[in-house]
Design a protein around this ligand. Structure first.
Ligand code: ADP
Ligand code: ZN
Length: 749
């Protein structure tokens, strides 16, 4: 028999192998060791009984070894991976790599964690009365600690981890004395690493507050009915920030779990939505597994194995968890479904939300997409009736949404000078929070201290030698460095201009580091910290920053969009947005959508406790619709306005697009090769009903030393577009490694 195998090697197609006579054919999803050129690799069986016409039977190599008697990857996950590879034009090699857990090549001892477990011996038990845990007549020989220890151990015949004894005041010497006297024993035991151990947050909801609001109740009833039908369906839960969506997800999950089916909960970034994981843990105990890339390989491995063994019925994870080997899924929740983090920006360039929908369809599950600011695509589907729409219009406990004020920075510059970073209104509002012992968030979606260095003599700027962007200044004073945010190039800020040698270099523009400094200057008594990618490089830094803020050890948290995501800090009563229009200047069709989402989400962080919230939004374009409508938190109006633009420009959700980037060492090379592909596509496009736009230099024209040309396919028939594109690329095998194909791109930069 011949089989098709996916091997975890980039850009390789499925490979055919022969099952040697006498070897029983492996199951779909089993791991097999196969020869590949001069080496051997471990792959996954994707299909059995393959009839190959193209390759002569004699050329098909035999598999070497079958590692699993049954499927290692469940067959439905294999099928899902295959769908993903095809839909996103990614190739099975890359895709199977994304689906496999780390460290599957063997269950090496060092990929497990062990703990010391103490247990009582027969002699120890003899000392303990059969009565309700009282010690027998010989207690005189034992210290009080030893007696306590025996008491605890007698209640747990399987043993108790010594760490738990320590936590209850019974130290290592007490235990070792018991062991020496033959009353207890200690063994080393394998445990699954528990990523929840590292979570700094306890769940926040008080028991007494658990009565659902009328809206939550109504939503739960509708969603339960959909889940109970055991038919595929998608519900868009459009609930304003603070409307209690998380509580709704937990109740719904509990119901589905009680009906005997599994639950998959996807979140954009677990580290940034810590409450979710711990609330699920609180509700479902150790029946919850967690899957995300922030875990160590060992932790991920353990959790993945537990899911595969069927010990788990609730999985919380980031986008790759959509491939979790969970059986019989009845509910998939995609929280913050609009979030760009669901899109993987390397091959396979899949969107976890969309793969989730396909998985739900195949397992007849209910799909819940939740957001306060749904993506244009999802809302469009809800409006056209393809999705059920479930609306939560009010915050729990009738807390008001934040009152929003817009500050026109053009007026501010006129009054305060062109260097103003913080408006007077924002400074006053921060100071008032410090005085009232409340907290504030200040958002600027741009890292660094200054965004450019330019020469006053020749007007040149400091550019990255590898990329077509200007270098960003990080740090102040002596620690200043100029860095590229794309390739990590880093250099000292020179004293003289590298173009004209003039000594008049100046910094312009500002990022989060500068805002942090300005807040400290405006409010010297405030405890200010910064949360952005630079500030959380060290492992554990993010958790400790968030918990210090939660505990009130920080008054003002300055940061990028990271501070806008999902957090629930009850003492935050002010949110300031320094340059609301940062994203609007981008040459991306989602610029307005992203700005609207970010502003609405960040404003939603204020006033989640007893005190009402306020948001102050600084902008140079106060009349722009995404800023105006975010201030009014009017999602439907934004959707209608944005849809007009998308319709006029022919962009999603009205058409599908595929973005293609061709890389080359020279500018002309990139443009010529892109033009050649476009030429081939044009002959197809009329017949297949799509348009080709380009080629043109990509907005990021040079990246890591390579030039980039770009073209877009737009049309309603995604399949025809993809097939035409794949045919064009196949005709130019020399380009295969230099072409990046992005189906349903989240960003076209
Ligand atoms: P969302 O995800 O919609 O922004 P959350 O689920 O974070 O909202 O809920 C906001 C806050 O309201 C949380 O602190 C949560 O514990 C609380 N909450 C949720 N449901 C209720 C309820 N029915 N009664 C009281 N408090 C609730
Ligand atoms: Zn660079």
């Amino acid at each position: 028999m011949n089989i098709l195998v996916a091997v975890p090697v980039p850009a390789l197609d499925l490979l055919a192998y022969r099952v040697p006579d006498g070897m029983s054919p492996p199951a779909v999803g089993a791991r097999v060791v196969v020869p590949l050129g001069a080496r051997t690799v471990t792959g996954i069986v994707v299909e059995r009984d393959v009839v190959s016409e193209e390759i002569a039977e004699a050329d098909i190599k035999p598999i070497r070894q079958v590692l699993d008697e049954e499927a290692f990857l469940p067959a439905d996950v294999v099928a899902l991976a295959r769908w993903t590879a095809e839909y996103y034009a990614a190739g099975p090699g890359n895709t199977i790599m994304a689906v496999l857990p780390p460290k599957t090549r063997g269950d090496r001892a060092d990929s497990y964690k062990t703990v010391r477990v103490a247990a009582i011996t027969a002699a120890g038990l003899a000392l303990v009365d059969v009565g309700p845990s009282r010690l027998g007549p010989y207690t005189g020989r034992l210290t009080e600690k030893q007696r306590d220890a025996l008491d605890i151990l007698a209640g747990a015949p399987a043993g108790v981890p010594t760490a738990q004894l320590t936590a209850r005041g019974i130290g290592a010497d007490t235990v070792s004395r018991l062991v020496r006297n033959g009353l207890a024993s200690v063994r080393q035991e394998r445990v699954d690493r528990d990523p929840f151990d590292a979570f700094p947050f306890a769940a926040t909801m008080a028991e007494a507050d658990r009565r659902l609001t009328i809206e939550q109740e109504a939503a739960l009833t509708r969603l339960r009915a959909m889940a109970d039908s055991r038919r595929f369906g998608v519900a868009l839960v459009h609930g304003v920030t603070g409307s209690g969506k998380t509580e709704l997800y937990i109740r719904l999950s509990a119901a589905v779990r009680a009906s005997g089916r599994g639950v998959l909960m996807l979140v954009p970034e677990i580290a940034l939505t810590p409450a979710i994981a711990s609330l699920f843990r609180q509700a479902f105990g150790d029946q919850v597994a967690i899957q995300h890339s922030g875990l160590s390989d060992g932790e991920r491995h353990d959790q993945w194995q537990r899911i595969r063994r069927g010990e788990i019925d609730v999985v919380v994870g980031t986008r790759s968890a959509v491939f979790a080997p969970l059986a019989d899924i009845g509910l998939i929740i995609v929280d913050e479904e609009h979030d760009g983090s669901y899109k993987q920006e390397e091959s396979p360039r899949y969107n976890g939300r969309d793969v989730a929908i396909v998985r739900g369809q195949r397992t007849s599950a209910l799909l819940v997409l939740g957001s306060a600011t749904p993506s244009m695509e999802s809302y469009h589907n809800a409006m056209s009736g393809r999705y059920e729409r479930v609306v939560l219009e009010r915050r729990v406990l009738d807390r008001p949404l934040a009152a929003v004020t817009v500050v026109d920075m053009r007026e501010e510059y006129a009054a305060e000078g062109p260097d103003a970073v913080l408006s007077r209104a924002l400074k006053d509002a921060v100071a008032a929070r410090i005085q009232r012992k409340e907290q504030a968030l200040v958002l600027l979606n741009r890292r660094g201290f200054a965004t450019a260095v330019f020469c006053r003599q020749c007007a040149g700027t400091l550019e990255c030698p590898n990329c077509s962007v200007s270098l960003v200044v990080h740090g102040d004073g002596h620690a200043r460095r100029a860095k590229c945010h794309y390739c990590n190039y880093s250099a000292r800020v020179p004293a003289a201009c590298p173009h004209c040698a003039g000594p008049y270099l100046e910094q312009s523009g500002f990022g989060t580091e500068r805002v942090e400094a300005e807040v400290k200057r405006a409010c010297p008594s405030a405890r200010v910290a910064r949360l952005d990618r630079d500030a959380i490089r060290r492992k554990g830094a993010l958790g400790s920053l968030l918990s210090r803020f939660r505990d009130g050890a920080i008054d003002v948290l300055v940061g990028t969009q990271m501070i806008a995501k999902g957090h629930d800090f009850p003492r935050v009563t002010l949110v300031g947005v320094v340059s609301a229009d940062v994203g609007l200047g981008m040459a991306d069709f989602r610029a307005s959508e992203r700005t609207f989402q970010l502003l609405t989400q960040v404003a939603g962080r204020a006033g989640r406790g007893d005190q009402p919230g306020e948001a102050i939004i600084q902008t140079l374009y106060p009349e722009h619709y995404s800023i105006q409508l975010a201030c009014r938190q009017d999602y439907p109006a934004f959707y209608e306005r944005e849809l007009q633009f998308r319709r006029a420009m022919r962009y999603p959700p009205l058409v599908s697009i595929i973005n293609t980037i061709v890389r080359s060492r020279t500018f002309a090379g990139a443009m010529d090769d892109a033009a050649d592909l476009v030429q081939r596509l044009r002959t197809e496009s009329d017949r297949a009903g799509f348009r080709v736009l380009g080629p043109a230099p990509a907005p990021l024209g040079r990246l890591r030393g390579e030039y980039r040309a770009q073209f877009l396919l737009k049309g309603v028939n995604r399949k025809a577009m993809r097939e035409a594109l794949m045919a064009a690329v196949a005709a130019r095998p020399d380009l295969q490694r230099r072409v990046v194909v992005d189906v349903d791109p989240v960003s076209v930069l």
